[in-house]
Write a protein that binds this ligand. Structure first.
Ligand code: UGA
Length: 422
């Protein structure tokens, strides 16, 4: 198939490379000239594990362009542009509507336009109105890739949702995936259901995280351990162990935006989503609550103490700091300077954090001689603290429950605190 992907971000690029690796001819369109320059020089402009390597393998089948007219012979056009959060919590649809307008004159007869961007219910109806051509088929195809694991998720999806009432269009898209993905994972729904599946899935996972974070607060009061509670709960196959890791609250470009957009959308339809609203509020408060816990500890230190923070990205495996709890937490720590290290996200963090932060080149440099070490992102490399020696009394606040509690609590000079433990 000839496929065009509009947007070369965290969804567009892995999707384009993945589809090229299935043997399709793919053109990826982006109007950001700086990004295009990087792409055309053969470099992926964002960090995603394995992406650069996959690009090297498929580059004969993948082109980048700034011209929408380059989609002219595409059978399938995938919209993968951003739908960021507007000030009122709704999804800002200006980019997706603009993309729909831009592609319209270049669409060949019988082409399929599939929306992978997360869009509110009814957006694809509007895209259809914008395109306003009876020969074009607009499909909702929500994306479930996780940042950091995007290629893994592309090649091993739990499901491919194809939102269309048109059987022939469904089969044409199904054919792209059928030799690579088990048939039972590919399902057809109507467009509105497909749009809602995405929001409901993200909101459910966000609620699961907020739920375990609330249970974690209770654990701290009653001498229970949230890590054990998660394991015990997760052994029930109806509940499942995933997304039950207590921590500093969810961040990133998806859960915060999508829970807000879902709440907004439901309100417009006269429906109150109490659970989702409570999750949004609780998750927002959590990062500030964590910052004040850190401030409570810092109060006891003298002015020459060293405060070290490990982790800036909203989760491990990515350089993305959008709505990262770590960024808000650092911004609310009343101390200067704060030493910080993150294996991938420091360049991005430098653009938004104040000069109170001193970035280090390594974990060792960051934690050396620190009085307090705070872990805010669960990068596996931070586990090297389990083997480190501490020359002076050090408080380690492990807000991702990353380190082995057994090893840390017996370590000389270390006071080790985890989340969800008294
Ligand atoms: C999320 C969904 O998991 C994807 O399926 C979806 O495609 C994507 O949003 C999207 O809408 O595009 P992502 O934002 O990459 O993916 O990140 P997640 O791995 O879901 O993590 C989200 C946040 O929850 C992170 O801040 C993470 O640290 C936090 N989290 C996750 C926890 O605090 N505890 C957990 O147990 C799991």
């Amino acid at each position: 198939m000839k496929i065009a992907v509009i947007g070369s971000g965290y969804v567009g690029l892995p999707t384009a490379c993945g589809l090229a690796s299935f043997g399709n001819d793919v053109v990826c369109i982006d109007n950001n000239e700086e990004k295009l320059k990087i792409l055309n020089s053969g470099t992926m402009p964002l960090y995603e594990e394995g992406l650069q390597e996959l690009y090297e393998e498929v580059k004969d089948k993948l082109k980048f362009s700034g011209q929408t007219s380059d989609i002219n012979d595409a059978d399938l056009i995938i919209l993968a542009v951003g739908t960021p959060m507007a000030d009122d919590g709704s999804a800002n649809l200006q980019y997706i509507f603009q993309a729909a307008k831009d592609i319209t004159p270049h669409l060949k007869n019988d082409a399929i336009v599939a929306t992978k961007s997360t869009v509110p219910i009814g957006t694809n109806d509007e895209i259809e109105r914008i395109i306003n051509r009876s020969d074009i088929h607009v499909v909702s195809m929500p994306e479930f890739l996780r940042e950091g694991y995007a290629l893994h998720d592309f090649f091993n999806p739990d499901r491919i949702i194809i939102g269309t009432d048109n059987e022939n269009v469904y089969n044409r898209i199904r054919d792209i995936y059928i030799s690579h993905i088990p048939a039972e994972r590919i399902i057809q729904t109507n467009r509105h259901s497909a749009e809602l599946i995405k929001y409901a899935s993200n909101a459910f996972l966000a609620t699961k995280i907020q739920f375990i974070n609330e249970i974690s607060d209770l654990c701290e009061q009653i001498d229970a351990d949230v890590s054990d509670v998660s394991i015990g709960m997760g052994m029930d196959s109806r509940i499942g162990r995933k997304f039950l890791n207590a921590g500093i609250g969810y961040g990133g470009s998806c859960f915060p935006k999508d829970t807000n957009a879902l709440e907004y959308m439901a309100r417009q339809h006269g429906v109150k989503l109490g659970l989702v609203s409570s999750t949004i509020r609780g998750n927002h408060d959590r990062r500030f609550n964590i910052a004040s816990r850190i401030n409570d500890q810092i109060k006891n230190l003298d002015a020459s103490a060293k405060v070290a923070v490990l982790g800036l990205a909203f989760k491990n495996g990515t350089d993305d700091i959008r709505y990262s709890p770590a960024i808000d937490i650092i911004s609310n720590i009343n101390y200067k300077p704060i030493y910080a290290y993150d294996p991938k996200a420091m360049q991005n963090a430098k653009k938004v954090l104040s000069s109170n932060v001193t970035y280090t080149k390594s974990i060792q440099e960051c934690v050396k001689g620190a009085d307090i070490i705070v872990i805010l992102t669960e990068w596996p490399e931070f586990k090297e603290l389990e083997n480190a020696e501490f020359e002076k009394p050090t408080l380690i606040l492990d807000y991702r429950n990353l380190l082995d509690s057994g090893k840390m609590t017996i370590k000389k000079n270390v006071t080790y605190k985890r989340i969800g433990q008294k």
